[in-house]
Design a protein around this ligand. Sequence first.
Ligand SMILES: [Zn+2]
Length: 196
Amino acid sequence: MTGTYDWNPMPHKVDILCPQCNELAVFEFAELVRIKLKKDIPFFQDSDLFEYHTFSDSCGHKWHAAIYFAGLHGSSVNAISDLPENYKPDHWAHSKYLTRSNETYLGSYACPACKTNNKHTLQWPEDAYYSIEHKGKVLWAFNRESATDLYDFLNGSTRKVDNFKWQHFLLHIPTVFKTAKARDSVVKKLAKLLET
Ligand SMILES: [Zn+2]
């Protein structure tokens, strides 16, 4: 069973279970820029740097996109040059937090354990590294920092989230994990996860 609580906006990078070796890997979202003019499509189709995709909007209109996987290029847009007119490398620079829609779960992951650096389509929260189960429900965090906040919050006596960096995230944690009854067991599982 998967958790269905809010997970937008997401950070640009999240910790996942490496699809190759199941150790901790870092997933980085790819950034997508709309190609406005038909004449620009061949450039992106032929480019080794970009992936060209077409999508349909909610009215069924097709649109074209150039996708750049910064995670395959040192998390930077410096690899981009010689673009068609009216495009700038910065257009593919990420905003730190972004509300994601279905077509933008594309990205790449880097795994320090098995040294894999590959494209990956994120499945969330299934891919989450910091994830535990409690009474058939999944509790997850984006990364070690938010998992630590989650641990400290549930382990503490206060119900106030104001002092936490990830307070917005903490506000969305379902009550089932926060009840006095659940806290003990949830905190223990989180502690074990954070030990590694
Ligand atoms: Zn790995």
